[in-house]
Design a protein around this ligand. Structure first.
Ligand code: ADP
Ligand code: ZN
Length: 627
């Protein structure tokens, strides 16, 4: 929120206070005539008979001379009666003023004015509301930014993110003509969760949705609702939705929703009351929409896994749209968009720059272009050179503003081998799910990931599970084969593999030595799931050994496989290093030894041709843990 009005008021009130204080000081000082004379001068004036009148007030003596000039002087002590009588005899009219008393009016006025001043302060603060009703006493007002005009951003300003844009098109349609959808009685999605790392353009794309639909964009941040006082956050949530209702159809955008939306405690040992109240209020507001309101809530987070499950239930944030860090092509497009209006030298090659900035997100790239413009301007050059750009890239990498992590070439290589390992195992192991996409663009805390094309079967066979363990282990296995040393990058893979192996034995009765006993009981309770162990120490030991053996066997199998396919592993790795992301088609081509044609030079995305058939985007929950 723009705090300016608040500041102006503060200064205004301060100014008023100073003015009033000054006024007081004026009334309380006696208006003394300006010409002050020495007492001795005064005495000689008297002796010379030039004094006409005198007013004696303690030691202060005001008077006028015969020529009507007034003066003031101070006697060394209170003028005594005999002196006054003397002066009286010298034909001077003498007036004696009694001890000065506090002006009775003042005694009444001062407190009155002070109280009045207080009221004035209150009045100014509470009167002066910004467009969103922000004022100094509005703890309970949301600090949302309200853009009553639809933002100028549209999808053309968003590079890459094609899948996300496709998913969000429906929302744009709805916001454009909500009545059409309401007439059909269609249930409109209310909440869309944008999932992606900081700076990858979540706010940007949400604003573009509002811009496309030409509706107001009301933006707040989850941290705005986090307050010390119980109830304040909740009141702000209420206010945010009230504001939105006044502007409907519109979009509410809540950045960093995890600040409020974190999983609530199980009610054990107390919790954070304030946050729970805020979250509850958010849930109430989400549910409380009338059927025919046309408000879409978009929220951004990098950690959907920490969100309270209640937030993700149907009718709330039931849609997740992944906004990933861009790959090479995406980076080139983003650079093109932000380079518009900047004078680039002939030697600037944005495609090359995109190649050299792995791991950069949109915000970083925007920052890079800005830095390079600053560098060129500093040297008084008319055009931005490639050298500026490269220096700017270094600055961004070093700088505090960098949103994404720094990725070295070595990191990329390790990641590429690791992911290629996963992908080859997924491809060659008979019962494993095949490769849908493999990438070394970081996502969440994962440096890259391999996304299997999930078949929607509810039953997992033992063979499939076993091969899945192999796939999980294959990342590390590839690292072992290629590098002398291994890295920490496989942590999550091991968790996944171990979990599968353990559950195969203890829950799914898939190990011949253990029979059909459910050793582990998974209880999903209000308190969150926990496992109850129902076996002896001895069995525990046997289970541990069996799990280990199962993992070891799969590891050995994958070692054999990858050693055999070492050449293909290299090919896939090189392709990953070059293209960063391979879809299933491209992956197959690389495996079969075909060369991938160089990407067509990236164009800033144009409006999609209406005639183009709708693309079917497989709905796969983003796997943020990384594999
Ligand atoms: P987030 O909300 O994900 O942290 P922002 O939306 O604030 O990231 O992105 C920061 C800036 O980066 C935006 O203002 C935008 O200019 C730029 N940016 C990010 N992604 C893209 C993109 N795909 N296309 C164009 N600009 C982008
Ligand atoms: Zn892995």
């Amino acid at each position: 929120m723009n705090r300016l009005p608040f500041n102006i008021n503060l200064w205004f009130v301060l100014g008023a206070a100073i003015l009033i204080a000054w006024a007081f000081s004026l009334t309380s000082t006696n208006q003394a005539p300006s010409n002050k004379i020495f007492y001795t001068t005064f005495l000689s004036e008297i002796d010379q008979g030039r004094v006409k009148t005198l007013t004696i007030d303690g030691r202060q003596i005001n008077g006028t001379l015969k020529d009507d000039t007034s003066f003031v002087t101070f006697a060394p002590s209170t003028v005594d009666t005999s002196t006054i009588r003397d002066w009286g005899q010298k034909n001077i009219s003498v007036e004696v003023v009694g001890p000065k008393r506090e002006n009775p009016l003042m005694g009444f006025l001062v407190p009155m004015l002070l109280v009045g001043l207080l009221f004035a302060i209150f009045w100014y603060f509470s009167r002066n509301r910004g467009p969103s009703g922000d004022n100094a006493f509005s703890f309970t007002k949301s600090r949302a930014k309200v853009l009553t005009e639809a933002p100028k951003t549209n999808f053309r300003d968003v590079a890459g993110c094609d899948e996300a844009k496709d998913e969000l098109k429906e929302i744009v349609e709805f916001l454009k003509s909500p009545a059409r959808f309401h007439e059909m009685g269609a249930r409109i999605p209310k909440g869309v969760l944008l999932v992606g790392p900081p700076g990858s353009g979540k706010t940007h794309i949400a604003r573009a949705v509002a811009g496309e639909a030409k509706v107001p964009f009301i933006a707040a941040s989850g941290s705005d609702f986090v307050e010390m006082f119980v109830g304040v956050g909740a009141a702000r949530v209420r206010d945010l939705f009230d504001t939105a209702k006044r502007h409907a159809p519109c979009i509410i955008f809540i950045d960093e929703i995890d600040a409020v939306g974190r999983r609530r405690g199980g009610g054990v040992g107390g919790g954070n009351d304030e946050r729970e109240q805020t979250l509850n209020q958010l849930l109430v507001e989400l549910d409380g929409f009338e059927k025919d309101t046309s408000i879409i809530i978009m929220a951004a987070t990098n950690r959907p896994d920490v969100l309270d499950p209640a937030l993700l239930r149907p009718g709330r944030f039931d849609r997740q749209v992944a906004i990933d860090a861009p790959d090479v092509r995406g980076r080139e497009q983003i650079l093109k968009i932000h380079a518009k209006g900047k004078p680039l030298g002939e030697d600037v090659d944005l495609a090359l720059l995109a190649k050299r900035t792995p791991g950069f997100v949109g915000a970083d790239l925007e920052n890079l272009l800005n830095e390079s413009a600053l560098l060129a301007a500093r040297d008084n050059r008319k055009k931005i050179s490639m050298k500026d750009m490269e220096e700017a890239a270094d600055r961004v990498i070093m700088g505090p503003a960098k949103k994404s992590m720094v990725i070295t070439q070595r990191d990329r290589e390790i990641t590429a081998y690791h992911e290629a390992g996963h992908a080859l195992a997924a491809h060659y192991l008979e019962h494993a799910d095949s490769v849908h996409k493999v990438t070394i663009v970081p996502r969440g805390r994962a440096m890259g990931f391999m996304m299997p094309s999930r078949q929607d079967t509810l039953h997992w066979s033992k063979k499939r599970l076993t091969d899945q363990i192999g796939v999980a282990l294959a990342g590390r296995t590839a690292e072992e084969l290629v590098f002398e040393d291994v890295t920490t990058g496989a942590e999550n893979d091991f968790k996944q593999a171990t979990d599968l192996a353990r559950r195969m034995i203890t829950e799914w009765g898939m190990h011949p030595d253990f029979g059909f006993v459910a050793y582990q009981i998974r209880e999903d309770t209000y308190l969150g799931g926990y496992d109850t162990r129902q076996y002896s120490e001895e069995t525990a030991k046997r289970i541990d050994e069996a799990v280990q053996k199962l993992l070891q066997d799969q590891h050995d199998k994958v070692v054999t496989l990858l050693t055999e396919k070492r050449e293909i592993l290299e090919r896939v790795t090189q392709a990953l290093l070059e293209f960063e992301t391979l879809n299933s088609e491209q992956f197959l081509k690389v495996v079969q030894g075909e060369t991938l044609e160089q990407d067509p030079p990236a164009e800033p995305p144009k409006d999609k041709d209406e005639k183009e058939p709708p693309r079917i985007v497989p709905k796969i929950k983003p796997n943020l843990g990384g594999a």
